[in-house]
Ligand binder design. Structure first.
Ligand SMILES: [Zn+2]
Length: 213
């Protein structure tokens, strides 16, 4: 009501608008431009680098997962949701938080082992957080283009592990590690073909570090 009290009605056709800080009126193009300019987003005092080869939903997911803000069972309890069981739905051996579900859990560890083999990089041994794993995989790239590809694979992997977890929780579907790994490969190549100009028909050749320098 306070906002309405300050309104002055004028003659002519009424219209609704949404202006940004600069007074520019809403348009889909303007929103897209503002989202692109916000690609470097802060989390935990560090920068989150937006990957343009991954869709916005996956970028947001990884950004929030690195900050422990995805709706795992422990996050929901912290937010006041009543839950009987806060254990990891994949292994039931630990409390479910984003770092456990996506990195430390036996299932996630198995998936990352396959991913590292696929990417031809050594499997890490002592990483425990989402941010550390994303940084490790991304840093293994040998050029900016190769790093973006590695980061895309890390993003897809986190996205697929979360989807498999949701299928388990909401549809009672068993988590099958092999299926998760196959879907990571399929989705990575799909996103790459849709969102980059790279030729992904010869994936193995293109993913070779020597070829991407
Ligand atoms: Zn687990």
């Amino acid at each position: 009501m306070a906002h309405l009290n300050g309104c002055v009605l004028k003659e002519g056709k009424a219209k609704w608008g949404w202006a940004n800080d600069k007074g520019e009126v809403f348009s889909a193009g303007l929103v897209r431009k503002e989202l692109q300019s916000a690609r470097l987003t802060q989390y935990n005092g560090q920068e989150y680098k937006w990957n343009p080869w991954a869709p916005a939903k996956a970028n947001y997911f990884v950004w929030r997962a690195q900050d422990g803000l995805i709706p795992t069972r422990t996050t929901l309890v912290r937010q006041g949701v009543q839950m009987q069981d806060t254990r990891c739905p994949a292994c039931s051996a630990a409390m479910e938080c984003s770092d456990h579900l996506l990195v430390s859990c036996g299932l996630a560890n198995h998936v990352w082992t396959h991913i590292c083999l696929w990417l031809r990089i050594p499997m890490y041994t002592s990483l425990e957080s989402v941010a550390e794993v994303v940084n490790y995989i991304t840093a293994a790239g040998t050029s900016e283009r190769h790093k973006r590809l590695m980061n895309l694979v890390a993003t897809t992997t986190l996205w697929r592990i979360w989807s498999a977890r949701n299928d388990r929780v909401f549809n009672n579907k068993p988590i099958q590690m092999e299926a998760v790994f196959d879907e990571v490969k399929e989705i990575t190549i799909l996103w790459l073909s849709m969102r980059s100009k790279e030729d992904c028909r010869a994936w193995d050749l293109w993913n070779s570090p020597a070829a991407s320098v």
